[in-house]
Design a protein around this ligand. Structure first.
Ligand code: TRP
Length: 466
């Protein structure tokens, strides 16, 4: 067996640094762009309740599973499975994760590019209006262009490539630790403005008063997919980050803290957006453009709006960048450790690959507007398939691995830091979740959400006679 464990690996240098990096991975466009638009498209409060259940019962256990695998093996997503189970093809789970990282980055860099562009649009005064028609026009002209959105996507790729080449501790830790608190404070300010808009109440009702008739299987699948995407789980990013975490960290505590803080940021983004949606005469189901048309309108209705707006898009860009670092780190760690590539070579080739794939997503509203894959544009295809298919499937296998394959006693030892933490009760809950709840819930939601249950029943009925 090739040795995957490298004693001289870099690592995060402190507990605060660890939390900041893991939170830096979780908090990103998922909170500020995706959470609001998916909530808006799926009916609001009832969706949020299902989402919270998915985070607690599925997302959290998978996150903890990934951290345990990563810290124990000190290896990348593929190497970790090879180290723990050299005889069976579990490493394919990590391999699928590396692939998912490319697919997510393909559309993530598109949206991050829009955010970077908006910093300059806001500063230049292009976004001065509270009217839906005006803010929509600015957005549409950006995304239906060719050169402009491509330029910003390339810009984004250059930024993250540079940070990643600087290395784990120095690059990732420093950037995220500094700017996360600032984003939080700014969201608080926007929330106060949004809540004091005349007519804000309707938006709050949309967010917090559940209408359970809105829950359908596709709504549940969207909630599950969002939980995976939000917590950065299901593809080995948390295995990779877990591999940089020290032996004394309390992993369950960290996972809970991260999930809580991440959810808080999402809800704050929701409060920034939905009151304004209703107060200013927009509709909640606008899809991916929601953030880009609502937020300028909110800022334009407040004093010093332009300054705050520039700051807002800057901090969103920072959050998106922290999240992208964790996505990029998955193929980079894989290529440098499994193939002994230099960090430089791995970064350059990965960025190039993402750029090529990602340009198809960026051009989904222009050159490739009529090209579809399984009935979706490139952008929507990458977005839907990763969150709603690949990450949940990855989650099933990660949970099954920890629940059934790795070994009960070994998992217990890793979860308790070799017995130093007294968390027996928690271990039992965790093992029950990863053995039964997580895999079953995901399988059911996937089959139902992708409309596969009826065909399966029909198949069984036709082929099995009782
Ligand atoms: N969680 C990030 C966000 O919400 C996106 C992200 C970063 C991610 N790393 C990931 C999603 C790994 C899935 C897997 O913006």
């Amino acid at each position: 067996m090739k040795k995957d464990i490298n004693p001289k690996r870099e690592g995060f240098s402190s507990s605060i640094g660890v939390i900041a990096a893991v939170l830096g991975s979780a908090v990103g466009l998922g909170n500020i762009w995706k959470f609001p638009y998916v909530t808006g498209a799926n009916g609001g409060a009832a969706f949020i309740l299902v989402y919270l259940l998915c985070v607690a019962l599925v997302g959290l256990p998978v996150m903890l599973s990934e951290h345990l695998i990563g810290r124990h093996t000190k290896s990348n997503a593929v190497g970790a499975f090879k180290a723990l189970e050299p005889r069976r093809p579990w490493f394919l789970v990590g391999g699928a994760g590396v692939l998912s990282a490319f697919l997510i980055m393909a559309f993530y860099t598109t949206v991050a590019g829009w955010v970077y562009a908006y910093i300059f649009k806001a500063a230049g005064g292009a976004l001065i209006s509270t009217k839906p028609e005006d803010t929509s026009r600015v957005f549409n002209s950006l995304v239906s262009g060719v050169g402009e959105p491509l330029f910003w996507q390339v810009f984004v790729l250059l930024v993250i490539g540079t940070i990643i080449m600087a290395g784990v501790t120095k690059g990732i830790e420093r950037v995220t630790k500094l700017l996360m608190p600032l984003l939080f404070i700014l969201l608080l300010i926007i929330d106060i403005r949004a809540l004091t808009l005349p007519g804000a109440g309707e938006g709050l009702e949309f967010l917090f008063k559940p209408d359970f008739s809105k829950i359908t299987v596709s709504v549940v699948l969207a909630a599950l997919g969002l939980a995976f995407f939000k917590l950065s789980v299901g593809m080995g990013a948390m295995i990779t980050y877990g591999s940089y975490v020290g032996k004394n960290e309390n992993l369950p505590k960290m996972a809970v803290k991260v999930a809580l803080a991440d959810t808080l940021v999402s809800l704050m983004a929701g409060i920034a957006i939905f009151p304004a949606v209703f107060a200013l005469g927009f509709t909640p189901d606008q899809g991916p453009k929601l953030l880009f048309v609502i937020i300028p309108a909110v800022f334009n209705s407040m004093p010093f709006g332009k300054v705050f707006m520039v700051l807002f898009f800057m901090l969103t860009a920072v959050a998106a960048t922290g999240a992208m670092l964790s996505l990029l780190e998955v193929p980079i760690a894989y290529l440098t450790e499994q193939y002994r590539w230099t960090r430089r070579k791995a970064t350059i080739l990965t960025i190039l690959g993402i750029g090529l794939l990602g340009s198809t997503a960026t051009l989904s509203n222009s050159l490739f507007a009529n090209v579809t894959v399984f009935g979706r544009t490139f952008f929507d295809f990458f977005d839907f398939t990763t969150s709603n298919v690949l990450l949940p499937i990855g989650g099933i296998f990660i949970a099954l691995f920890v629940g059934w394959q790795w070994g009960y006693a070994k998992v217990k030892r890793e979860l308790s830091n070799e017995g130093h933490l007294k968390n027996d009760g928690l271990f039992h809950v965790f093992i029950f979740l990863v053995r039964f709840v997580v895999p079953l819930a995901i399988v059911l939601v996937l089959l139902a959400g992708l409309n596969l249950i009826d065909p399966i029943i029909a198949f069984l009925r036709d082929n099995i006679s009782f």
